[in-house]
Structure formats: structure tokens, C-alpha cells
Design a protein around this ligand. Structure first.
Ligand SMILES: Cc1cc2nc3c(=O)[nH]c(=O)nc-3n(C[C@H](O)[C@H](O)[C@H](O)COP(=O)(O)O)c2cc1C
Length: 362
């Protein structure tokens, strides 16, 4: 298992932070990148309708920092001319890679011809890819599902068509649109895509442990791996994966680092966002991050009921001090950490803009 290239861009290590609307923003991406082991980060999916109509939220979603490179912007939409324009804007802001979303199952996205709706409209997808290729010089990549439904699994045909159009990397989330996030990802179909095309292929779905990831990777023969929800539960998962690939023991963060990562995230959020939005973001990350920790459920309750930054900071301090002194917290329960239950691109978990914040229940 080694690094791979998307044209001349090394994806090293071959581990990708999977795009997640409402999660993988400028703040979260840097938090994860700083933990190490991440070869590529991708923006949240960005609406080309918003981008090309100069919606400030869509433009803000393209913001990135040099420390994130290589950085891909992911766009979605169903109109070739708008997609090409959106792609051009991503190139203009300096993105290294342009990624097209063919995976989002949200009805409002599919209804407008975008996201996983494109899986059942290969001709439209082909025009979109060709139109984008005419416009940009950076590499074009595609993120797909396995098909629209079990009755229409077509990911291998889509991948071959995309390769013909000049797509330079295919990322397969091994579920159909109909499946949403239910059941397990089908890595056998991911393997079939890898065999069918000569461009790099990366696999995605359900990786929350190093062993599970290594097994799926070996079986599928893919070039890279994408991890989404697993990164919220364990921000060190990429570094641990890299350690194992390179023959080292996986890194184990101590309690102090676990505390520090929450504080770092909160502090970055507070620099970037209004207070109410950072509180929501903090509750979102802490909700996932504390799944495998002793007394995590009780700690989360204290955070959910915190109404100010000070309360959040106090509760974090109390939790970690109690843990380090007494080695337990609350009833001492450790929840199973395989629960990946999270909203999808259907409904971003917390508001991302000042305007959303007013109506938010955070
Ligand atoms: C909250 C959330 C938001 C998501 N948003 C996007 C998105 O914007 N673009 C995309 O291609 N996939 C999106 N996905 C799908 C993930 O990138 C990934 O394909 C999926 O979660 C399976 O990988 P995992 O099991 O490692 O999480 C989203 C998933 C979640 C949970």
C-alpha cells in the first residue's frame, strides 16, 4: 500500500478525508489535517447554483488554507454550463483538484438533477464532465455511489465513461442512493470499479477501525481510502492508519491530547464563526468524539446543556480532570464506537452561516 498520484499531485499517504456537508469546513479540515496522516482533504459539497449566483455562503465554502494542500473543491449541480462555471471558480481560488458530487442522496439535490441523481442520468453526467474538462486545467475527479438503486447498479459503466471523459480519480462510496446510509458499503463493487479502469480508484464506506480499513483496502485493491464519519469519532484515525501501513504501532493519543483537540477545535470555531454557531459545531464534534470515551454520554449531556462558551470550557475541564484523577466519569459507561449514525448531506447537522444561526436550535 503506497501513495498514488492524481496527475502530478501525490496523495501521500493515500488516505482522504471524505467530504461531509456541515462538517468538513475550513475549521474541521485543518483540525484533522494537523493530526497527521491525511493525503487529501475535500471541501463540503458546494452548490454551483449558489456559487454562480455569488451566494456568499457558497463562496465562503471554497475558502482554504495553504496547510490543507492538496485541497479539492467538490461541487454539485445538474446543469453542464453552471457546473463548468463553478469549476472555473474553484480553479480561480487555487484549488488543486475539482471534484464532482454524484453521491448526495438528498431529495432537494437529486430533484435538481445533481448528486446521486446523476447516477441515473449518465448522458447528462457525460455532458457535465466534458463541459468541465473544456474549462479547467486542474485535475477533475468524481465521487459516486454504486448506483441509484439495487435494480440499477451501474457504477462500473459510469466509471468507464468518466475515464473516457478525462476524469483522473474515482471515489466510490459503496452504497446505492436508495440505501442512503443503511446497511454496509459493498466493497466488492468497489473492487470491480478498480479492475475496470486504469485511473486511480479510492474506496469508501464504514471505516472506523484500522483493521476494517486494511481488510477492505486489501480485498478491493484500491489506490486510496476515504474516511468520513470515522474521522469525527477519532481525529487520529489517519495517522494511526499511516503508522500501520508504514510498519509502526498505531499512535495512541493520551487524555491531555484528547482534551486539547476539543479545545483547539472550539478555539478555531470561535475565531471563524458567531458564538452560537461555534457552540453548535462544538456539540456536533463532541457528540461523535466522545463515543469511545468513559462516561462520554454523560459528558455530552453536560455539553448539550451548555449555553455559553464559558460553560462549555468549564465542562470540558471538569470532564477531563475527573477522568484523569478518578479514571471514570458519570456511570463509567463506554458506548460501542461502531455507531455511525449521523445526518448526511440531507441536513447539515449545524448551521454554517450567520443567517442560519438565528433559526438554529443549538
Ligand atoms: C454528515 C454527512 C455529510 C456528507 N456530505 C457529503 C458531501 O457533501 N459530499 C459527498 O460527496 N459526500 C458526503 N457525505 C458522504 C461521505 O463523504 C461518505 O461517502 C459516507 O459518509 C461514507 O463514508 P464513511 O462511512 O467513512 O462516513 C456525507 C456524509 C455525512 C455523514
Amino acid at each position: 500500500m503506497k501513495s498514488f498520484k492524481i496527475r502530478d499531485i501525490a496523495i501521500d499517504p493515500p488516505l482522504i478525508l471524505s467530504p461531509m456537508a456541515g462538517v468538513t469546513d475550513y475549521t474541521f479540515r485543518r483540525l484533522i489535517k494537523r493530526r497527521g496522516g491525511v493525503g487529501l482533504v475535500v471541501s463540503e459539497f458546494i452548490s454551483v447554483e449558489g456559487l454562480t449566483r455569488h451566494n456568499p455562503k457558497s463562496k465562503r465554502q471554497m475558502r482554504f488554507d495553504e496547510e490543507e494542500r492538496p485541497f479539492a473543491v467538490q461541487i454539485f449541480g445538474g446543469k453542464p454550463d453552471r457546473m463548468a462555471l463553478g469549476a472555473e471558480m474553484a480553479e480561480e481560488v487555487g484549488a488543486d483538484i475539482l471534484d464532482v458530487n454524484c453521491g448526495c442522496p438528498a431529495p432537494k439535490v437529486v430533484k435538481n438533477g445533481g448528486g446521486s441523481g446523476l447516477m441515473r442520468e449518465p448522458a447528462l453526467l457525460e455532458s457535465i464532465l466534458k463541459e468541465i474538462k473544456k474549462t479547467i486545467t486542474i485535475p477533475l475527479t468524481l465521487k459516486v455511489r454504486t448506483g441509484y438503486s439495487d435494480a440499477s447498479i451501474n457504477v462500473v459503466d459510469i466509471a468507464k465513461m468518466a475515464e473516457q471523459c478525462g476524469v483522473e480519480h474515482i471515489q466510490v462510496h459503496g452504497r446505492t442512493r436508495e440505501q442512503g446510509y443503511k446497511g454496509l458499503a459493498n466493497w466488492e463493487l468497489i473492487r470491480q470499479v478498480k479492475e475496470a479502469v486504469s485511473i486511480p480508484v479510492s474506496g469508501n464506506g464504514d471505516i472506523t477501525s484500522i483493521q476494517y480499513g486494511l481488510d477492505r483496502w486489501r480485498e478491493s485493491g484500491t489506490d486510496g481510502i476515504l474516511i468520513g464519519r470515522g474521522a469525527m469519532q477519532n481525529p487520529w484515525i489517519f495517522r494511526q492508519f499511516q503508522d500501520v501501513i508504514e510498519g509502526r504501532e498505531p499512535y495512541q493519543p493520551d487524555l491531555q491530547e484528547k482534551k486539547d483537540v476539543l479545545l483547539e477545535f472550539f478555539s478555531m470555531c470561535r475565531e471563524e464563526m458567531p458564538e452560537i454557531v461555534s457552540l453548535g459545531k462544538m456539540k456536533q464534534l463532541a457528540g461523535q468524539f466522545t463515543k469511545g470515551l468513559v462516561g462520554g454520554a454523560q459528558f455530552r449531556q453536560t455539553l448539550y446543556h451548555s449555553h455559553s462558551a464559558e460553560e462549555i470550557l468549564d465542562n470540558i475541564t471538569i470532564y477531563f480532570e475527573t477522568l484523569s484523577e478518578q479514571e471514570t466519569f458519570g456511570d463509567g459507561t463506554v458506548e460501542a464506537d461502531e455507531d455511525l449514525n449521523l445526518d448526511s448531506c440531507d441536513a447539515p447537522v449545524v448551521p454554517t452561516a450567520m443567517s442560519d444561526a438565528r433559526s438554529a436550535n443549538v
